[in-house]
Design a protein around this ligand. Structure first.
Ligand SMILES: [Zn+2]
Length: 83
């Protein structure tokens, strides 16, 4: 029983030591990694055909002061004509 308490105390000490000397560094990294991942796979909606396309492959157009994303030039032209 005594060993159990000692072990628990040591574990707590270790835990706090770890927390104070290595603060959220790991958390920051994972957060950044998460954000990077989500940014890579960010989906945007084509306002013309309403399909979702990855931002990096989408066609961008500034129409009426807003940025619109299109899956194809055809959609872009259609949207331009429509609005
Ligand atoms: Zn489209």
């Amino acid at each position: 029983m005594r060993y159990l308490i000692l072990f628990a105390l040591l574990y707590l000490l270790y835990y706090f030591f770890k927390k104070t000397f290595f603060p959220s560094k790991r958390q920051e990294k994972t957060l950044r990694r998460y954000h990077g991942k989500s940014a890579d796979k960010e989906l945007v909606q084509d306002p013309q055909c309403h399909t979702y396309i990855p931002k990096e492959t989408a066609l961008t157009a500034h129409i009426g002061g807003k940025v619109h994303y299109f899956c194809s030039r055809e959609c872009l032209e259609k949207f331009k004509k429509g609005s």
